[in-house]
Design a protein around this ligand. Structure first.
Ligand code: SAM
Length: 238
């Protein structure tokens, strides 16, 4: 059986004992029914990793002894998935898959055809929910680097900042491979209604390259996964 990986927000530089948070305590005791002495691997999402062992379990807390952490190399794929907000379950799914595929970052975008944009307190909760998805996906895929979750931005505003490279997935494009380069590649995926002609034009003016994902119209979340996979292949990461 593989050693359980758990994300902790703060992995101190030295060895010692730490009390796990409620989430990790619940997962170990209620889901895994882990016992004292069980080995664990803790990581902080920024590459810091440490072996650990359950020292004590009470009803409320799990305490673990942790070895001195080491820094693991950043193995993320240099792709930022820039995904328009789509229906919540579909957006969540795309985030999970992009994390499994090793995305460096996630950029949620609002576009002309974005529907159901969360606001106020709902937005804050949504953000925490997305972060939790990234953590779960990292734990599951045994990946020690979390993608950076950027704040939601409006599409044309996002385009105004300088970016290493932008690739826009659009069904009208015919180019289906992108040359490898250094730096980050930002992959733009539109909502269910697609990008407007103006948005495509704005992206091209901002230096974006068009990218085809084949002859069929894919749902946005499928396009996110296919686009990330094809780009990762082109960049030499698959
Ligand atoms: N009718 C919309 C259109 O023509 O753009 C369809 C939008 S599609 C459901 C959602 C997004 O997935 C698109 O905006 C695009 O970014 C991406 N996409 C879907 N199929 C694609 C394909 N074959 N090639 C490139 N991008 C695609």
């Amino acid at each position: 059986m593989r050693t359980t990986r758990l994300w902790v927000s703060d992995l101190s530089a030295s060895a010692g004992a730490i009390v796990l948070n409620e989430r990790n305590h619940h997962y170990l005791t209620r889901v895994l029914r882990a016992k004292q002495g069980a080995p664990l691997i803790l990581f902080d999402g920024q590459g810091r990793v440490a072996e650990a062992e359950i020292q004590a379990i009470t009803k409320q807390t799990t305490t673990v002894t942790v070895t001195t952490p080491h820094q693991s190399p950043d193995t993320r794929v240099p792709i930022v998935l820039c995904l328009s907000i789509i229906k919540p379950d579909r957006f969540d799914w795309a985030l999970q898959k992009a994390t499994e595929l090793g995305a460096s970052g996630i950029q949620p975008l609002t576009t002309c055809y974005t529907e159901g944009m969360p606001k106020g307190e709902r937005l804050q909760k949504k953000f925490a929910h997305w972060q939790e998805i990234l953590v779960n996906a990292c734990e599951q895929s045994e990946h020690y680097w979390l993608p950076t979750l950027h704040p939601i931005m409006e599409f044309s505003t996002w385009l105004t900042a300088p970016r290493d490279r932008i690739v826009i997935a659009h069904p009208d494009c015919t180019v289906s491979s992108i040359p490898a380069t250094s730096g980050l590649t930002h992959l733009l995926i539109g909502p269910e209604g697609g990008f407007t002609d103006l948005e495509v034009q704005q992206a091209i003016q901002a230096g974006a390259a068009g990218f085809s994902l084949g002859p069929r119209i894919l749902r946005a979340e499928t396009a996110a996964v296919v686009g990330m996979t094809l780009l990762a292949r082109d960049l030499g990461f698959l």
